[in-house]
Ligand binder design. Structure first.
Ligand SMILES: [Zn+2]
Ligand SMILES: [Zn+2]
Length: 351
């Protein structure tokens, strides 16, 4: 079969590899659709991921497909089942798992290799993080579950409630999902976007107002002016991963509010924060990473609910053979693209 393998910085190759076989407890899934994601682009650009993968490694982690082989002992899935298999599963035994922080599991088992005709799903993911897709529901939409699961956890951690005002900085796939999920929860969203051509997407996904960074002199002041009584937002989500936007986030939140630093800047990055404002403003700083089996299920329910604008996230469609080109273009247009996610169809792009 053909599979995409990441060898290092901007070095993604298509290779012929053996079709995997299911060991005990495992599944083999014929990938129906795999989605590109900001994390993929980050890993492609940097050549590594802090904890998820080290090259050379099969690439891609957001997928849905059809079970093509069932390993010994698997009773919950059958050949032909349509499934979303998440990209990780926790051990449920370590310190962090026992403290309700499965996203920080010391033995978090990751699975990569979604950009391939087939993918092996390890037993632990089969058992804990594989979900049956409803009949007729498009696989490329179901594959949004993983990214949204991270967002759902970020939202839960931020404690935003209906009626609150939330600033979301960044209009990449994750920023847009934050806006959309928050708006569906009754939260009033102010989007802070870099470019004019991102304003439409922010509004489409529920932002009540949009601040375009390049169009205002003082981004913090312009954003605060849009919050009730100008006191700042109840919650600010940073979804850019730059030191400057981390600092903006702290300056945009109200006294007693919550900042969630969702974007992960590169190793060794430091930021300068106003300690006076943090202390006397009683501000809570959080940083959310990854998802838990519970937020995967919440995200899956939202994705399949009919309320979530799944189709709007998929702005490109490609065959597996086009993947290196897709990534090269994402790099070129980084910061200048209206693309949200590309759906990659290893079996050929459906007509
Ligand atoms: Zn992802
Ligand atoms: Zn654990």
């Amino acid at each position: 079969m053909t599979a995409a393998v990441l060898y290092g910085k901007e070095d993604l190759r298509l290779e012929r590899v053996a079709v995997p076989q299911a060991g005990p407890g495992e599944l083999i899934v014929r990938v129906g659709a795999a989605l590109t994601c900001g994390t993929d682009l980050k890993v492609y650009r940097r050549g590594y991921h802090a904890i998820m993968l080290k090259p050379p490694i099969p690439f891609g982690h957001e997928l849905a497909g059809v079970v093509s082989e069932v390993g010994a002992g698997v009773t919950t899935f059958r050949e032909g089942d349509r499934v979303v298999a998440l990209n990780s599963a926790p051990c449920d035994m370590c310190f962090f798992c026992r403290h309700g922080q499965q996203n920080l599991c010391e033995d978090l088992l990751f699975n990569n290799g979604a950009y391939a005709e087939f993918i092996r799903i390890p037993a632990r993911i089969v058992e804990k993080n594989t979900l049956l897709v409803p009949d007729g529901f498009p696989l490329e939409h179901a594959a949004l579950t993983e990214a949204l699961a991270c967002v759902v956890r970020g939202l839960e951690e931020s404690g935003a409630r209906a009626g609150d005002t939330m600033v979301v900085i960044g209009a990449g796939p994750i920023g847009l999902m934050f806006m959309h999920a928050a708006e569906l929860g009754g939260v009033s969203v102010i989007a802070v976007v870099k470019r004019e051509d991102q304003m439409g997407a922010a509004k489409l996904f529920g932002a009540a107002c949009v601040v375009q960074v390049e169009a205002v002199e003082d981004v913090v002041a312009a954003t605060r002016a849009l919050t009730p009584d100008g006191r700042g937002a109840d919650v600010v989500v940073e979804a850019v991963a730059s030191p400057l936007t981390w600092e903006w986030a702290v300056d945009m939140v109200r006294k007693g509010g919550v900042v969630n630093f969702f974007g992960g800047p590169p190793r060794g990055t430091k930021v300068r924060l106003d300690t006076n404002r943090l202390h006397y403003g009683d501000i809570t700083l959080k940083a959310s990473f990854h998802h838990t089996p519970a937020t995967c299920r919440t995200a899956f329910d939202l994705v399949t609910s009919g309320r979530f604008k799944c189709a709007e996230y998929i702005t490109g469609r490609a065959g597996l053979d086009e993947l290196p080109g897709v990534f090269a273009r994402m790099m070129e247009r980084d910061g200048g693209s209206r693309e949200i996610k590309t759906a990659v169809f290893p079996g050929g792009v459906p007509q």
